[in-house]
Design a protein around this ligand. Structure first.
Ligand code: LMR
Length: 390
């Protein structure tokens, strides 16, 4: 059995966490895994989350099973918070999942039910997307979305890829705060995607993992809503890891958008079937926290304010970094117009090794940087170290 298994390397992003932890340098900088850090370099538990946990400790009276669909009150509160009160919300049904990754995996499972379906993925994308969709046997086609050298977004190539897709194919879209590029697309581009989705009968699958860390919680859903309003059927995978700072609690949700209660029930039943066959039921704690935050006006307001201050810290770092890096490479002024925690720098894997070994600056070989890993006083030093390689 074991000798015949394929060799598997640890996930490079997660391996970087260990490498960083084992370096004893005091001035080391972690720009690797996508985790928010405050101005002191910590990833604190949000005050709204602490308050919700306190409330749960006082009121929770059982740890009995909930079921593969998870907590319906969490799903309902999250639906209204993310999608608002328009017609899209009425056409959605969802389940709680262990993080955004499981939401994507359940989505992949139901998409893969049709063996002829292809999923179209822009490059670059979150490294785990290919593993998730490949594992279930979906055929994957790619198109160029972003070029780190020029920092240009290729909406034209994305649209022409969608034109060549077959009806019923899925297209993977990042709802906002694109991972790994931070590249944002215009309202006109979202409308053009919506038009081709509707005309060709494509199934948009949104990966929505960073809502609230871009332009604002409501604003970060605007592009997605334009497309969902036009789509006949769609899927949305949501992560609460970043928006609620709940990373290790594995909290997320998968939604289907459809045309009738019968279809939606079928979608949810298929999510539940695949959940039962893999992890049986999602862990309860994170979702109970989110429900206790969104369901209580005081805690919800606290969460909105905390998320706003996280967003403004990342945006301050973004502006400062773009300003300094553009001294070395003017095209990197584009970093200022990107959104969320990431940007993708035009560095080589050799540059990345140099930055790690000489300057104690950690990032994946792709050159993706998590801006939240920088403290404002480190921006000059990091920009100089990176800039000299550009
Ligand atoms: C990231 O891209 O850094 C995060 O989504 C964490 C992960 O699981 O890869």
């Amino acid at each position: 059995l074991l000798a015949g298994l394929p060799d598997r390397k640890p996930d490079p992003l997660l391996a970087l966490l260990k490498k960083f932890a084992s370096n004893e340098r005091l001035d080391k900088i972690d720009l690797g895994v996508g985790v928010y850090r405050d101005g002191t370099g910590r990833t604190p538990v949000m005050a709204a989350v602490k308050s919700a946990e306190h409330h749960l400790w006082e009121t929770q009276d059982t740890k009995s099973y909930i079921g593969p669909e998870g907590d319906p009150s969490f799903v309902s509160l999250l639906t209204h918070e993310v999608f608002g009160e328009g017609t899209v919300t009425e056409k959605l049904a969802g389940v709680q999942t262990p993080g955004g990754t499981a939401a994507l995996r359940l989505s992949a499972e139901i998409l893969a039910h049709d063996k002829d379906r292809t999923i179209w993925i822009g490059t670059p994308t979150w490294a785990n997307h290919n593993a998730i969709f490949g594992t279930v046997g979906l055929s994957i086609k790619t198109y160029r979305f972003f070029d780190p050298r020029s920092q240009a977004v290729h909406v034209d190539e994305m649209l022409s890829a969608f034109e060549s897709a077959q009806s019923g194919d899925a297209i993977l879209l990042h709802a906002s705060c694109h991972n790994p590029t931070g590249a944002a697309i215009s309202k006109e581009a979202w409308s053009a995607i919506a038009e081709v989705v509707a005309r060709k009968g494509l199934i948009p699958l949104f990966d929505n993992a960073y809502q609230g860390l871009g332009r604002g919680f409501v604003q970060d859903a605007e592009g997605m809503l334009i497309v969902l309003n036009a789509a006949d059927e769609a899927i949305v995978a949501i992560s609460c890891s970043k928006s609620f700072s709940l990373y290790r609690e594995r909290t997320g949700a998968a939604f289907v958008l459809g045309n009738s209660a019968t279809d939606l029930n079928k979608g949810v039943a298929n999510f539940a079937y695949h959940a039962r066959a893999s992890y049986s039921m999602p862990p309860a704690h994170g979702a109970a926290i989110v429900a206790a935050v969104l369901g209580d006006p005081g805690r919800r307001k606290l969460w909105i304010d905390e998320l706003a201050s996280m967003r403004s810290r990342v945006s301050e770092i973004r502006t400062a970094l773009a300003d300094r890096l553009s001294i070395y490479a003017p095209r990197l002024s584009a970093v200022a117009g990107q959104e969320g925690m990431f940007s993708l720098l035009p560095v080589t894997p050799e540059n990345v090794t140099h930055l790690r070994e000489v300057h104690g600056i950690y990032m994946p070989d792709s050159g993706r940087v998590n801006l939240a890993g920088l403290r404002i006083e480190q921006v000059d030093l990091a920009s100089q170290a990176i800039g000299e390689l550009l």
